[in-house]
Design a protein around this ligand. Structure first.
Ligand code: ASP
Length: 589
């Protein structure tokens, strides 16, 4: 037996036992003739000690241990003279009788401890060493736990986990596809799935009325902290359901995950907010409802006082930032520059300070009397000591900017504690989104989402204004300002699906070429169905209190979509290119 115990399990109650441990040497130090060794495995760290008067060979071996050597150590569990209350094993140490070096290690490029001294790039290159660190081990353990909870819960609800192919044809999520050339069918390509959307719908046609899959998806998009080119979804679909059934089922899943993995109880039922309310009040379709500071429409209050910027704006909105009336000139200037950054895109920022003594001061004092400013502030629910921040412009654009500013102020005021959880459903999404640039409609969710039954008539209208009004039975699960999942009730009627492609300006031929198989399947008795998918990496990160998903993926890509450890993507042999009838036109290095 290599070991009798792990490095995380021995306690004072084990004193006197003879044990064998195996693991990695985190560090070893000499103190007054004694050698202390911290031995690590994924369960914890145990201190080993070689006494000064121990066998000479043992003292020699202990002295020669380097960082990350793999050893097997035999000894007796003894109470420590100086205990370490910060370590679960801190009351004991192992007085060693023998050490067996199982493998040596070259000096690792960074310290493998709770907090490492290695930079991000270096740690990415040696990911297998970084993965030895406790924070990453905790992250992957949480991921495992959550996946386990998902499977347990869905199994208990009668769902079947069914795999769908990775080498497929373009899917409808609207991102760029990764493609794979086919050697056996020269000149043609598979696309990697952006999601199993079409397959899960076909499974409904096939009668597998409760499907799920924890599945890899691929989207060739620009990367951010919460995006990876390959990511994992908890993908689900159900037949003979209405929106209510889907929301209840998956609210239950989330409740179980929160309870069993974190010991957190979430509200029952979860709050629901319409997309329109989310946009109007939070300037975002993924509102963070851990704090207030909601957006107020002050358009009518501010117009007609001679300030032409407001008078000519479609919309004027404000947030009341609690306790920030003390902001200095310099801070306000900095904030003004901040909203003008391209990421926010506002033209300028107007402020109103409600001083604690009841007086007001504003950047538009020239146009508004103190009484009028008080009136506006009251409309926003602001109190003495608050700072009103005002933006204006086209309605949705300005609300979105105010939404970004609201999150920023929430961050600055420490209102976004990652260990406080405020989940909710966003419902009643518009079915379609008009693009001025392209002069056409896009599906807000994807082209398989059905209009609400009461909006079906509007859906067949030819007027743009009517189509803009059509709502979908689509829903997103939002947590702390992040969209964790989304889905919809689907179209299950071939004629309505064709109408949808029509509305989206997709030609009959194109629709037939891309999605003919699903339109055809709908002709063979497709049941009413709906579903959703959760971004599993994001779920893990948020449950772990982090924004970036990378720590929750064993082998992630960097911001350039590269795996620097295995050096991929990389060139392939000319012979491989020839076999696939590929030629590169890339002229770079
Ligand atoms: N396939 C969708 C997505 O990946 C989710 C769904 O509609 O079920 O966003």
């Amino acid at each position: 037996m290599y070991r009798t115990h792990t490095c995380g399990e021995l306690r004072l109650s084990d004193a006197g036992k003879k044990v064998t441990l195996a693991g990695w040497v985190q560090k070893s130090r000499k103190l007054g003739g004694m050698t202390f060794i911290d031995l690590r495995d994924r369960y914890g760290i145990t201190q080993l000690v070689v006494e000064a008067d121990a066998d000479h060979a043992l003292v020699e071996t202990a002295g020669g241990l380097g960082r990350e050597y793999v050893i097997q150590a035999v000894g007796e569990v003894v109470e420590r003279a100086s205990k370490n209350p910060k370590m679960p094993t801190g009351d004991i140490e192992i007085r060693l009788e023998s050490i067996n070096v199982l493998n040596k290690s070259v000096t690792p490029p960074f310290t493998i401890e709770e907090v490492s001294d290695g930079g991000e790039d270096l740690r990415a290159k040696y990911r297998y060493l970084d993965l030895r660190r406790p924070p990453l081990q905790r992250a992957l353990a949480l991921r495992h736990r959550l996946a386990h909870e998902v499977r347990n819960y869905l199994d208990s609800q009668g769902f079947m986990e069914i795999e769908t192919p990775y080498l497929i044809k373009s899917t409808p999520e609207g991102a760029r596809d990764f493609v794979v050339p086919s050697r056996m069918n020269p000149g043609t390509f598979y696309a990697l799935p952006q999601s199993p959307q079409t397959f899960k719908q076909l499974l409904m046609v096939a009668g597998y009325d409760r499907y799920f899959q924890i599945v890899r998806c691929f989207r060739d998009e620009d990367l951010r902290a919460d995006r990876q080119p390959e990511f994992t979804q908890i993908d689900c679909e159900m037949s003979f359901v209405e929106q209510e059934d889907v929301l209840n089922t998956f609210e239950g899943m989330m409740r179980t995950m929160f309870r069993n993995a974190l010991g957190v109880e979430i509200p029952d039922p979860l709050p629901r907010m319409s997309w329109y309310d989310a946009m109007d009040n939070y300037g975002s379709d993924k509102p963070d409802i851990r704090f207030g500071m909601t957006i107020k429409d002050i358009s009518s209050a501010v117009k007609g006082c001679g300030f032409s910027v407001f008078d000519s704006a479609e919309y004027v909105g404000a947030i009341a930032v609690p306790g920030c009336a003390e902001y200095t000139r310099k801070q306000l200037d900095e904030l003004t520059e901040w909203v003008k950054r391209p990421q926010v895109g506002a033209k300028g920022l107007v402020y109103v300070k409600l001083n604690p003594d009841g007086s007001v001061k504003s950047s538009v004092d020239k146009f508004y009397s103190p009484e009028k400013l008080h009136e506006i502030a009251a409309e926003c629910g602001a109190r003495n000591g608050d700072l009103l921040l005002v933006l204006c412009g086209p309605k949705r654009k300005t609300q979105t900017q105010l939404g970004v500013l609201r999150i920023e102020m929430g961050n600055r005021l420490g209102l976004r504690d990652p260990h406080v959880f405020a989940p909710l459903w966003i419902v009643d999404f518009p079915l379609l989104e008009w693009s001025e640039e392209d002069g056409r409609f896009y599906a807000m969710h994807h082209p398989f989402t059905a209009p609400k039954p009461e909006h079906e008539k509007l859906f067949y209208s030819d007027r743009k204004e009517d189509l803009e009004q059509v709502c979908a039975n689509a829903y997103d699960f939002v947590l702390n300002g992040t969209e964790l999942g989304g889905g919809s009730i689907r179209i299950h009627d071939a004629a309505m699906q064709s109408r949808m492609f029509d509305v989206l300006g997709i030609s009959k031929e194109d629709a037939e070429y891309k999605f003919g198989f699903i339109i055809n399947a709908f002709k063979f008795g497709a049941p009413p169905h709906g579903g959703l998918a959760f971004g599993f990496d994001r779920v893990c990160a948020l449950f772990g209190g982090q924004e970036t998903i990378r720590d929750y993926i064993a082998f992630p890509k960097n911001n350039q979509g590269r795996d620097v450890m295995i050096d991929s993507p990389s060139k392939i042999d000319q012979s491989q290119m020839d076999e696939l009838f590929l030629a590169s036109t890339w002229k770079g290095e």
